[in-house]
Design a protein around this ligand. Structure first.
Ligand SMILES: [Zn+2]
Ligand SMILES: [Zn+2]
Length: 234
């Protein structure tokens, strides 16, 4: 991997971990962002580290590398931490496809798409029956568990993340080279003031109602929201 001494000082520790294949180190960093350890976080970390090495890129935080995630599940946080492409720096693109998959791409459009191997994914429940059983009861079915049960589940997921990150990459992901149509890099919009609530709002999120320029809330227009269900329009 070609690296420059200059690199990005803010991401030096992460870049070194990627280069040296310190997946545990990356997983712990990702845990600080994600708030818990789990297998999908481990998949995001492992896949993104491989993709960064494959494309031989360093992230300077200025959108020359773009990640496209097809899910907003735990994997996407691993991808964000390792690739440096985040929600806030506009280098993370969210395609609401509901697939545990991501693409890492250069501005030139050269990219690699990693899809979690469906057979591998389907085999995880049988590999970690206790963790999945607790998750099913306490999280999926929202049953009231004891604090001990909750703690036990978190412990099992922590162990699972540490074990899963060691799974060979070729068992975990199906990888394809992929040319990506690149969106324009950050488009800057000017800020306008809503005539009703008097809050500042980017120009492309205003509506003209009669003589007035309003924000979407005050104009009572549709607003797109990302939550656990994906993107929805209210
Ligand atoms: Zn998670
Ligand atoms: Zn307003």
């Amino acid at each position: 991997m070609v690296t420059t001494e200059a690199g990005n000082p803010l991401r030096r520790e992460i870049e070194v971990m990627i280069r040296e294949g310190d997946l545990r180190g990356l997983l712990f960093q990702a845990g600080a962002l994600h708030g818990h350890f789990c297998n999908y976080l481990a998949y995001g970390v492992k896949g993104a580290a491989a993709a960064v090495r494959e494309l031989d890129v360093q992230n300077t935080g200025m959108e020359e590398v773009v990640a496209i995630v097809e899910t907003n599940n735990c994997l996407s946080d691993g991808v964000q931490l390792v690739s440096g492409c985040t929600f806030g720096n506009n280098a993370l693109i969210y395609k609401d496809l509901g697939k545990t998959a991501f693409t890492l791409a250069k501005r030139s459009g050269e990219g690699v798409r990693y899809v979690l191997n469906p057979d591998f994914e389907s085999s995880r429940q049988a590999a970690y029956p206790q963790a999945y059983d607790l998750w099913d009861r306490l999280v999926a079915q929202k049953q009231a568990g004891t604090p001990e049960e909750f703690q036990r589940m978190m412990g099992l997921f922590h162990q699972m993340a540490l074990q899963e990150i060691e799974v060979p990459l070729e068992d975990m992901f199906v990888v394809e080279e992929h040319r990506v149509p690149m969106p324009p890099s950050s488009v800057m919009f000017s800020s306008l003031r809503c005539a009703k609530c008097r809050e500042n709002v980017t120009e492309n999120r205003t509506r003209r109602v009669g003589e007035e320029l309003l924000c979407l809330s005050c104009a009572e227009d549709h607003v797109c929201t990302v939550d656990s269900r994906g993107i929805s329009v209210d």
